[in-house]
Design a protein around this ligand. Structure first.
Ligand code: ADP
Length: 386
């Protein structure tokens, strides 16, 4: 394991709650880890602690099995062999690209330094650009120079803090793919922070979802989407709703009764005995709901968002339950129309049924974003859709 965090706590002086609490994760050499989560969840604090720029109040940070941070001890950033890339590139405007990239290589003889600069510029697709100045480059090119500069001294670990957030959206996704290829070609181990899931999926081998200082899941993209460990992860990744369901076993086969019909022939599902009376909440993703004119179940379109090749419809069943569905955009139905739908679910993701607020998306209580919903108080009525 190259980077290990063990039960990490980080407390800013004077703050009543820790910015990072009980975080454990492992990153293997050559892997790219990504931390995502809403603003203020502790991503940057965690990254800064790994860099040695923030002391920890509990737990440990290990680099190659060496403890570099624990309470009362912070090995200085300079001796950690870590490279950093920030969102504002931080290139020196008065230096050409070659000098910017060679900045951390002053210990090398000139010829070696020039060779390494040429090598990393080639790696980031800017071979021969060493005499150009930052203001002559596009935002994407400047960010690649910043990456080349961070890679030039061959750091053991590269930390990237929202490296694409100053770029426009098309460029961001393309650059995320490019950066992944560059990091893989350099055999770098990297930890990146972003709030953008598409970016995280494009770049990460392993992705951590954080909320309120805690790491909810550290996993590959497929597992985060299909096997979310907590309600927060299920809510944060992709589109979908939690809907009340009952699990039953009939002749050894699991059936799942949902407001949109009974699911059978499911590949993965907990046994009914995992929940009292088999009653639970099931996650129905927008891509689990299929528009089918012949389906007996109908739902009313109450909101729609155009996404290019598809619409994201928010639908309401006659029973009042809300669902979401991705529907190919040539099916351009009007708001208020009733369309046929059915559920096609392979992995049934279940959670304890705790929240009487039916429409979590519109729920205004603070716990709607929490790991375990606390809406057991009967005074909380479902929020009405208007
Ligand atoms: P993120 O990067 O996920 O947006 P941060 O790590 O910046 O989150 O912040 C996590 C929490 O720590 C927030 O509540 C933030 O207000 C607080 N925080 C961040 N930096 C400081 C600081 N220097 N002093 C006190 N509190 C801070």
């Amino acid at each position: 394991m190259f980077l290990e965090l063990r039960q990490l706590d980080i407390h800013y002086p004077g703050s009543p709650t820790p910015a990072v609490h009980g975080v454990s994760l492992n990153l293997r050499a050559g892997d790219i880890g990504v931390l995502i989560g809403p603003s203020g969840c502790g991503k940057t604090t965690l990254l800064r602690a790994v860099a040695g720029l923030e002391p920890v109040s509990g737990g440990k940070i290990l680099l190659s099995s060496r403890v570099v941070s624990e309470a009362g001890h912070t090995e200085p950033a300079e001796s950690r062999r870590i490279g950093m890339v920030f969102q504002d590139y931080a290139l020196f405007p008065h230096m050409d690209v070659g000098r910017n990239v060679g900045f951390g290589l002053n210990h090398l003889p000139k010829a070696e330094r020039q060779q390494r600069v040429a090598e990393v510029l080639e790696l980031v697709g800017l071979g021969g650009a060493d005499k150009r100045y930052p203001h002559e480059l596009s935002g994407g090119q400047q960010q690649r120079v910043a990456l080349a500069r961070a890679l030039a001294p061959k750091p053991d670990l590269l930390l990237l803090d929202e490296p694409f957030s100053n770029l426009d959206i098309d460029l961001r996704e393309r650059l995320a793919h490019e950066v992944r290829n560059i990091l893989k070609a350099a055999k770098a181990t990297a930890l990146l922070v972003t709030h953008d899931q598409l970016e995280a999926f494009a770049i990460g081998d392993v992705i951590g979802v954080m909320n309120e200082g805690q790491l909810h899941q550290w996993d590959d993209a497929y597992s985060l989407y299909h096997r979310p460990a907590t309600r927060f992860v299920a809510d944060f990744i992709g589109h979908g709703v939690f809907t009340p369901a009952t699990l039953r076993e009939v002749n050894g086969q699991i059936m799942v009764d949902t407001p949109v019909g009974t699911l059978s022939d499911v590949a993965e599902c907990p046994l009914p005995c995992a929940f009292e009376g088999g009653q639970c909440d099931v996650l129905l993703r927008a891509d689990d709901i299929v528009h089918d004119d012949h389906a007996p179940v109908k739902a009313e379109i109450i909101r729609k968002a155009f996404r290019g090749s598809e619409f994201l419809y928010t639908l309401r069943l006659a029973s009042g339950e809300l669902l979401m569905a991705h529907v190919p955009s040539h099916h351009d139905h009007k708001l208020g129309e009733w369309i046929g739908i059915r559920a096609e679910v392979d992995h049934v993701v279940t959670f304890n049924r705790a929240c009487p607020v039916q429409n979590r998306e519109l729920c205004q209580m603070p716990c709607s974003k929490a790991q375990a919903c606390e809406h057991t108080d009967p005074q909380y009525q479902p929020v009405k859709f208007v």
